[in-house]
Design a binder for this molecule. Structure first.
Ligand code: C2G
Length: 724
C-alpha cells in the first residue's frame, strides 16, 4: 500500500475551446485527496480567448502544459500526453468532465496487481447530479474487458504505465471521433478481466449546448458514422484475426447500427453514401455475431452484406412503418400523433385559420388574447381557434375551442396557416411549408435565457437544444424594447423578423377605459372599493421542482403580519407564476388576501393594483408602464443571481424600486410608500424611457397589420419613435 501512495499518477486532459467547463474539471483534479499527480493539459489549438485562462494555471507545479499550434484532434493530443507522461499510472480525463474528490485515491487503493482498474461513471446533466450519494462500502468485482469498455470509451480507467509501454497503447489519429477504440484494443488482446469499483469516480458531462459548442459525440450522425466505420475497417484490418477483438468490434458496429445509424435512412438523400459505407463494414462482420439480433436487423444486415440496396430500403421502410404503427396502437396519445403525422399533415392548409395559445393552454391572456380581440373587434375574416387545457372554456367571440393535445388540436395545428403562441410550441409539432408562426414571447428578460445561460438547473437538461429547434420555426418575434431585441438575438439565436412594436398585452395599460375596467375587475374579485391593492407576483425557481413545468414555491411573505399592519388600507392580491404547482394557503385571511394565481390575465391585476411586489419576474417591466410603485422582495438574491440564472441588468442599481430582503422590510416599505416613490423617481423615469417607451396602446394594431395584413416593414421603423 505504502509504495502505491508514493506512485505518481499522470492525468491526461486534452482540451479544445471548452473554456466554460475546464475550470470545474481542473478544480476537481487539483482538489483530489491523492496529491501525487502529474496533470498534463494539451491545448489542442484552442482560440486565443480560450487559451489565456489555462496559461494562468501553470503556477501549480504539478501541471504540465502542452500546446498544439493548430487543432489536431483528441487522439493526437492524448498520444502527445502519453509521450510526455512520467507517472507509474495514467488516467484520461476529458476537459468538460469532473472527477470525484477521492477518485484517484480509491482507484489506486484497489488496483492491486491488475494492469488497470475502472470506476463507475455518472452522467452529468445538471450540477445537482454531483451530489448523488455513494455506496457506503467499496466493492470490487472482476469484469470482462469487453464489458468494461462496452461503450467504446477509455475514460475512468486508471492504467498502469508499464502496460501502456509494453503493449504500445496509442490512439488512432485518422478520424476525429471513435478514437478511443484503438486505445482499448490492447486490453481486449491481453487482459480477460479488470477490477471494477462500485463507487462513482467520474462525472461525464452531457454538454447542455450542442448548438454553439458540440462535443464529439454531439456531432451529426453522418459525421459520427463516417468516423466510426473508418475506425471499424482500420481496426479490423489490423486486429481482426483476434477473436475477442473481432467480437468486440462487431458488437460495437451492431449496436451503433441499431441505436443510431438506422435513423440516417429516414432521409432519402443519405441513402447512397451510407448504404455503401455500411455495406462495406457489414461485409467483413462475422456472420455469427448477428445470430442473437432480432429478425428484422438480421434481414437488414444480410441485405447490406449482399449489397442489395433496393431490397434493403424496401425492407427498412416496411419495418419503420410497421414499427410506427405498432407504437401508435400502444396508447391514445401516440395514436393521435400518428394520425397527425400520417394524415392531418397531408390535408390542405387553410389560409384564413389562426390557432392561438397562451401559457401552455392555461389562460386566455397575454398578447395572443389582444391580437385575437383585435381581430374580432375589427371583424377581420379569419377562423380563430384557441387551445385550452379545459375544453369548456368560454371566451368572447366565436372561436373554436380545442383541448390541448386532443385530436382536434392536432387537426387544427396541421391545417391552420397562422400559429400565434406566447411560449414554445411542443417539439413534435411540424411546421409545414406555408405556415406563419408569430411568437409573441412573454416578457422582457431580466434573468438570463437559453444560450446566455451557463449551467442549466431546470427540470429539462436539454433546454438549449430543444429551444434552438423550436425557435427555428418562428417567423416573427415580438419585442417590447430595444434591450429585449438585442437579448433575443443572442439568447435565442433568433435571426428572423423582430417586430419592435411593444407588447400587445400592454395596450390595456394605456386604454382610455381603464377606470371602467378597474371597477369591473375589483367587483368580480370582491375587492372593496375603499381598499388599495398590493399585487405580489413572484417568479419560479429553476432548481425547485416536482417535474418539468411543475415547480414548488414557499411563500416568504408574512401575510398575517401584513394584515395586522396594513389591513385597514390594503388588500393583497397573490399571483403565483404559471409554473407553480404548490397552492398558496390564505386560511384565516379572508377579505385581506386573494389568491389570484388562476386569474386569466395578469394585465387586469396590474390595472387594479396600487403597488407591485415582485422578485426576478419580468412583470415589473410591464407594470412600469403604469408608473406606479414597485418593490422587489429578493430574499434569495445571491443564489438566484450568482448561481441559478444571472441577470442581464444591474437591477440593484437600475431597477425602478428598492430590493428588500425580509418580509418586515416589505411591510415597512408599503407603509412608507410615498418616501420610496420620491427616492426612486429619477431612476423610475430612466427605467420607463428605456423599457416602456415603445408602448402607446397601439402595439396590437401594428402587429396585426404586419403579420396578417402584410403591411410594409418600413412601417416598423416608425415604431422606434413612438412614445419618445
Ligand atoms: N406571470 C404571471 N404571474 C407571475 C409571474 C409571471 O402572470 N407571478 C406572467 C407575466 O405575464 C410574465 C410572464 O408570466 O411577464 C413571464 O414570467 P416570468 O416570471 O418573467 O418568468 P418566465 O416565464 O421564466 O419568463 O423573457 C422573459 C422570460 O422569459 C421570463
Amino acid at each position: 500500500m505504502y509504495t502505491k501512495q508514493k506512485a505518481t499518477v499522470s492525468i491526461i486532459i486534452p482540451y479544445y475551446n471548452s473554456m466554460e467547463f475546464i475550470g470545474d474539471c481542473l478544480n476537481s483534479v487539483l482538489s483530489q485527496t491523492y496529491m501525487n499527480l502529474e496533470i498534463i493539459i494539451i491545448n489542442d489549438g484552442s482560440d486565443a480567448e480560450n487559451t489565456g485562462y489555462i496559461e494562468t494555471l501553470q503556477d501549480d507545479k504539478r501541471i504540465v502544459y502542452l500546446k498544439n499550434e493548430s487543432k489536431q484532434g483528441v487522439a493526437y493530443s492524448r498520444n502527445k500526453g502519453l509521450s510526455s507522461a512520467t507517472g507509474e499510472f495514467v488516467f484520461f480525463l476529458d476537459s468538460e468532465d469532473i472527477l470525484a474528490e477521492e477518485a484517484i485515491e480509491i482507484l489506486l487503493a484497489h488496483i492491486e496487481e491488475a494492469p488497470a482498474i475502472a470506476g463507475r461513471t455518472k452522467r452529468l446533466l445538471r450540477p445537482t447530479d454531483l451530489e448523488v450519494p455513494q455506496p457506503l462500502e467499496v466493492i470490487v468485482t472482476p469484469k470482462p474487458s469487453q464489458k468494461i469498455f462496452h461503450s467504446g470509451s477509455i475514460l475512468n480507467v486508471l492504467i498502469r504505465s508499464s502496460f501502456i509501454k509494453e503493449h504500445m497503447v496509442r490512439f488512432y489519429e485518422g478520424t476525429e471521433g471513435a478514437t478511443d477504440i484503438s486505445g482499448i484494443i490492447p486490453f481486449l488482446l491481453y487482459v480477460k478481466s479488470l477490477p471494477y469499483l462500485n463507487i462513482r469516480t467520474y462525472f461525464q458531462r452531457v454538454r447542455n449546448d450542442p448548438i454553439s459548442n458540440p462535443s464529439l459525440v454531439q456531432r451529426s450522425i453522418q459525421e459520427r458514422t463516417r468516423d466510426f466505420i473508418k475506425v471499424y475497417m482500420e481496426m479490423n484490418q489490423q486486429y481482426g484475426t483476434s477473436q475477442p477483438v473481432k467480437e468486440y468490434l462487431d458488437g460495437l458496429l451492431l449496436r451503433f447500427y441499431r441505436r443510431q445509424v438506422i435513423n440516417i435512412f429516414k432521409d432519402q438523400k443519405h441513402l447512397d453514401e451510407f448504404f455503401n459505407l455500411l455495406s462495406s463494414a457489414m461485409k467483413i462482420l462475422n456472420p455469427a455475431s448477428i445470430a442473437s439480433q432480432p429478425s428484422h436487423i438480421k434481414r437488414e444486415v444480410n441485405q447490406l452484406r449482399a449489397g442489395n440496396k433496393n431490397k434493403f430500403i424496401k425492407g427498412y421502410r416496411f419495418h419503420v412503418e410497421a414499427r410506427d404503427f405498432k407504437n401508435a396502437i400502444k396508447g391514445f396519445t401516440r395514436l393521435k400523433r400518428y394520425i397527425y403525422n400520417k394524415f392531418f399533415l397531408r390535408f390542405p392548409m387553410k389560409d384564413n385559420y389562426i390557432i392561438f395559445e397562451s401559457f401552455l393552454g392555461k389562460n386566455y391572456s397575454d398578447s395572443p388574447r389582444n391580437i385575437y380581440e383585435y381581430i374580432i373587434e375589427n371583424n377581420l375574416d379569419y377562423k380563430c381557434i384557441w387551445v385550452f387545457n379545459d375544453k369548456h372554456r368560454q371566451i368572447p367571440g366565436n372561436a373554436k375551442i380545442v383541448k390541448r393535445f386532443s385530436l382536434a388540436y392536432y387537426y387544427y395545428f396541421a391545417v391552420s396557416k397562422y400559429w400565434i403562441n406566447n411560449m414554445r410550441q411542443p417539439l413534435h409539432l411540424v411546421k409545414r411549408e406555408g405556415n406563419v408562426f408569430l411568437e409573441t414571447w412573454h416578457g422582457t428578460p431580466l434573468k438570463k435565457l437559453v444560450f446566455d445561460m451557463k449551467d442549466v438547473y431546470s427540470a429539462n437538461p436539454r433546454y438549449k437544444r430543444d429551444f434552438y429547434m423550436q425557435s427555428r420555426a418562428w417567423d416573427y418575434l415580438l419585442s417590447p424594447n430595444r434591450y429585449s431585441s438585442e437579448i433575443f438575438r443572442s439568447a435565442f439565436k433568433f435571426d428572423n423578423e423582430m417586430l419592435e412594436f411593444g407588447y400587445p398585452r400592454n395596450d390595456i395599460l394605456y386604454s382610455p377605459q381603464k377606470e371602467e375596467i378597474v371597477a369591473r375587475v375589483k367587483k368580480n374579485i370582491g375587492i372593496p372599493d375603499n381598499k388599495k391593492v398590493v399585487l405580489y407576483a413572484p417568479t419560479w425557481r429553476d432548481d425547485d421542482f416536482y417535474e418539468p413545468g411543475k415547480y414548488k414555491f414557499q411563500l416568504q411573505l408574512d401575510l398575517h403580519k401584513m394584515k395586522e399592519t396594513l389591513g385597514d388600507d390594503y388588500v393583497v392580491a397573490l399571483r403565483m407564476h404559471y409554473f407553480i404547482a404548490d397552492d398558496i394557503n390564505v386560511e384565516g385571511l379572508d377579505g385581506f388576501a386573494f389568491n389570484l394565481s388562476k386569474y386569466d390575465d395578469i394585465a387586469e391585476l396590474y390595472l387594479i393594483s396600487d403597488i407591485l411586489i415582485t422578485d426576478y419576474s419580468s412583470v415589473f417591466f410591464d407594470y412600469a408602464n403604469l408608473k406606479r410603485p414597485i418593490l422587489f422582495f429578493t430574499y434569495d438574491l445571491d443564489k438566484y443571481r450568482d448561481q441559478l440564472r444571472g441577470f442581464y441588468l444591474d437591477f440593484e442599481n437600475e431597477g425602478p424600486g428598492p430590493l428588500l430582503r425580509t418580509s418586515d422590510a416589505v411591510i415597512d416599505a408599503i407603509a412608507n410608500i410615498d418616501e420610496i416613490n420620491e427616492q426612486y423617481s429619477d431612476r423610475y423615469a430612466a427605467f420607463y424611457e428605456r423599457f416602456c417607451s415603445w408602448h402607446d396602446g397601439k402595439s396590437t394594431e401594428k402587429v396585426v397589420k404586419r403579420v396578417l395584413l402584410g403591411e410594409d416593414p418600413s412601417f416598423q421603423k416608425q415604431s422606434e419613435n413612438y412614445g419618445g
